[in-house]
Design a protein around this ligand. Structure first.
Ligand SMILES: [Zn+2]
Length: 342
């Protein structure tokens, strides 16, 4: 994920997003008009049905996955370790009832110009359901810890415990709870490759971000004749910080405001204070290409992480308790009845 500078508005979303945004505004307007017509008694019934029910997410087990992923070593796009991780997660998804497919796409290393074979991994539960939601993470790690305060460390290995493994570990934990879940949605757990095959820190960066989510969004837009449609996507990035605090991310609020409200309302109902009721920093992340491809998507991210892109982004900076809190909110959101609107 990268940080926008003030002159650096999202270059890709605007055109198509404006259309989508206007449509969204219109739909929200319709929704309000419709809900004004529902008798108060019906609304009370809906309210009692809406008590969010999280899955029994196991934070220790999720943290175990995070450590196992880091034990593979650095996992940049195109590496053998990246492929090993993908195989491990694919096996895990299958074991827990997911139908797994790979979505390969070509890319190029921005420094060596060598071709890089990238692969998104998609685990699907309830594949026959046309109305679907997506939980997405990136599983590649940045090639080097370019933001390390000690210059000598910037060529050291980067393990990406929080920036990479935390999202994957949480999806692995959530996979335990999907086959038996009361969710009304088809659910796709998606691992994006090539989120950051990017070299150098600050203004000296070389490479493009979000190659995996861009390829995914392109394939989705091209497959419009397919029956399956995404009602919503949650991108989970840096969700394992020991000192977890997740604010509303401004682009998420701009492009999918109803979804942000929905998820934060679940967190509030579950009394998960790590989801703070305030606007945080804007970040470019995989949610932007998804929105651009017509999937309402938000970024659930704790960007206040001291060890971001440093050699110290290690498992000891993360905790199972943090992963469990996010998992609770996400699974309760998944389990909400559709009638509650999305
Ligand atoms: Zn990163």
């Amino acid at each position: 994920m990268s940080i926008p500078t003030p002159t650096d508005r999202p270059s890709r979303p605007p055109r198509r997003l404006l259309g989508g945004f206007a449509l969204l505004v219109a739909l929200v307007g319709l929704g309000l008009a419709a809900s004004a017509l529902i008798p108060a008694s019906r609304m009370t019934m809906a309210d009692s049905r809406s008590a969010p029910v999280p899955a029994p997410v196991d934070g220790d087990r999720a943290y175990g996955y995070l450590k196992a992923l880091c034990a593979i070593g650095p996992r940049p796009a195109g590496s053998a370790a990246n492929a090993r991780q993908r195989a491990m997660v694919a096996d895990h998804f299958r074991k827990h009832g997911g139908a797994v497919r790979e979505q390969p796409f070509p890319a190029t290393d921005p420094v060596s110009n060598a071709p890089v074979a990238m692969v998104n991994l998609i685990g699907s539960w309830f594949p026959d359901r046309a109305e679907r939601v997506l939980l997405g993470v990136h599983y590649d790690t940045r090639p080097f810890p370019d933001e390390d305060p000690i210059p000598a460390n910037r060529k050291k290995p980067f393990l990406g415990a929080n920036d990479g493994a935390s999202g994957v570990a949480l999806l692995m934990e959530i996979a335990h709870h999907l086959a038996d879940s009361p969710t009304p949605w088809g659910v796709d757990l998606v691992l994006f490759d090539g989120e950051e095959l990017v070299y150098g820190g600050g203004n000296d960066q070389v490479g493009d971000y979000f190659l995996g989510s861009k390829a995914f969004a392109r394939a989705y837009a091209e497959g419009k004749k397919d029956k399956a449609r995404y009602a919503a996507a949650l991108v989970l990035d840096m969700v394992g910080d020991r000192d977890l605090a997740i604010d509303r991310e401004p682009y998420s609020v701009e492009f999918a405001p109803g979804l942000v409200r929905d998820v934060w309302a679940v967190a509030k109902a579950l009394k998960v204070p790590q989801f703070r009721d305030k606007l945080g920093r804007a970040v470019y992340d995989d949610h932007l290409p998804l929105n651009n491809g017509g999937i309402p998507a938000i970024d659930i991210i704790d960007f206040d992480y001291r060890h971001w892109h440093t050699a110290k982004d290690l498992p000891e900076q993360c905790s199972g308790a943090s992963l469990a809190q996010v998992g609770k909110v996400v699974t309760a959101w998944l389990n909400k009845p559709k009638a509650q609107g999305r």
